[in-house]
Design a protein around this ligand. Structure first.
Ligand code: NAD
Length: 301
C-alpha cells in the first residue's frame, strides 16, 4: 500500500522543541515535509531541527512566543520566506498550570488562555490568508480531554482547551469553502508536561519503568496528527482522541430530551430522569444552525 508522504508540503509545528510537538515535527519531516519548528525555547527547537537534518530532512527553527501576535506570525513568515509556502499548521504549543479554582489568580487564567487558546488563534489567523489564497490547507490543533470532559483543579487550562474545540468546529465550517480542513487532537502522552502535572495519575508522573507510561509514548500520538495533516484526509471539524495507540473521536451530542409548550420549573423537575436517560443518544449536529432547524421541525412540523 502506498505510504503517505508530504513531499513539497510545508508545515509549521508550534511548541515543537520538546514532547509531543517534537515528535510531530520529526514524523512530518521524515515523510518529506519541510518543517518550521517553533518553540519558546530556541535551543530545544534548534536541537529538533538538527535531528531532522541529520536524518536527511528539511527544517528550520523559530524561537518565539505564539501568545504574542508577532511571535505567532514569525513561524508562518519563516515558512513563506524560507520554503515559499505553508500547507500545514500544527497548533501544539501549550502550557498547563493547575490550582484549585479558589486559588486561581487572574494572571494564571490569562496566561493559560493566552498560550493555549489565543496562541492557537493567532498562528492559525496568520496562516489563514495564505491557505485560503492557495485553496488548500490543513490545520491540526491540540485540545485536551480536560477541556472536553472536565477536570478538577485546572479550570483555566480546561477553559482554554474547550475554546480550541469551539475554534476548530467553527473554522472547519468556514474552511470547508476554502479547501482548508481544521481538526484537532486530544492527546495523552508521557512528556515533561504530564510528568509535572498535578492532575496526571501518580504512575504517570514517575514515568520510567512504568508500563502505562511506556505505552503513552509520543510516537503513538503523532501518526494521528500526520493523518489529519495529509491531503488524502477528508475529515473536517473532528477532534480525535489519541492515547497509547488507541484512536477515537470526541463527539458532542444533543439528546432528544422532552418538550412541553407550557414549560415550568416543575415540569423540568419531573422530567429530570428523561434528561439523564442513557438510552436517549440524541443527535450529533454538524453546526449550530442544524440544531435550530431540528428543533424548529420538531416543534412546528
Ligand atoms: N502530555 C499530555 O498528556 C497532554 C494531554 C492533553 C493535551 N496535551 C497538549 O499537547 C500539547 C503538547 O504537550 P506536551 O505534553 O508535549 O507538553 P510539553 O510541555 O512537553 O511541550 C510543550 C512545548 O511547547 C512549548 N511552548 C510553551 N509555551 C509556548 C509559547 N508560548 N510559544 C511557543 N512554544 C511554547 C514549550 O517550550 C514546550 O517545548 C499541549 O498543547 C498540551 O496542552 C498534552
Amino acid at each position: 500500500m502506498r505510504s503517505l508522504r508530504f513531499d513539497g508540503r510545508v508545515a509549521v509545528v508550534t511548541g515543537g522543541g520538546t514532547g509531543i510537538g517534537a515528535e510531530h515535527a520529526r514524523l512530518l519531516a521524515s515523510r518529506g515535509a519541510a518543517v518550521v519548528v517553533n518553540d519558546l525555547d530556541g535551543n530545544a527547537a534548534e536541537a529538533v531541527v538538527a535531528s531532522i537534518i541529520a536524518a536527511g530532512g528539511t527544517a528550520t527553527a523559530v524561537a518565539s512566543d505564539i501568545a504574542l501576535e508577532a511571535g505567532a506570525a514569525a513561524p508562518v513568515d519563516t515558512a513563506r520566506r524560507e520554503f515559499g509556502r505553508i500547507d500545514i499548521v500544527v497548533n501544539n504549543a501549550g502550557i498547563l498550570r493547575s490550582s484549585p479554582f479558589g486559588d486561581l489568580d487572574v494572571e494564571q487564567w490569562d496566561r493559560m488562555i493566552a498560550v493555549n487558546l489565543r496562541g492557537t488563534f493567532l498562528v492559525t489567523h496568520a496562516a489563514w490568508p495564505l491557505l485560503a489564497a492557495q485553496g488548500y490547507g490543513r490545520v491540526v490543533s491540540t485540545t485536551s480531554n480536560s477541556g472536553l470532559l472536565g477536570v478538577k483543579g485546572s479550570s483555566a487550562y480546561a477553559s482554554a482547551k474547550a475554546g480550541v474545540w469551539g475554534l476548530t468546529r467553527s473554522l472547519s465550517l468556514e474552511g470547508a469553502e476554502l479547501g482548508i480542513h481544521v481538526n484537532a487532537i486530544g492527546p495523552m502522552a508521557y512528556t515533561a508536561m504530564s510528568a509535572a502535572s498535578k492532575i496526571a495519575p501518580k504512575s504517570w508522573q514517575t514515568g520510567e519503568g512504568d508500563d502505562w507510561s511506556r505505552r503513552l509514548d509520543v510516537a503513538r500520538v503523532s501518526p494521528v496528527v500526520a493523518w489529519l495533516a495529509h491531503e488524502d484526509c477528508t475529515l473536517n471539524g473532528q477532534v480525535l482522541s489519541a492515547v497509547g495507540g488507541r484512536v477515537a473521536r470526541f463527539a458532542m451530542r444533543v439528546t432528544d430530551g422532552f418538550d412541553d409548550e407550557n414549560l415550568t420549573p416543575e415540569v423540568i423537575r419531573d422530567h429530570e430522569a428523561d434528561l439523564l436517560d442513557p438510552d436517549d443518544v440524541g443527535t450529533e449536529f454538524r453546526a449550530a444552525f442544524e440544531e435550530g432547524q431540528a428543533v424548529h421541525r420538531r416543534l412546528l412540523d
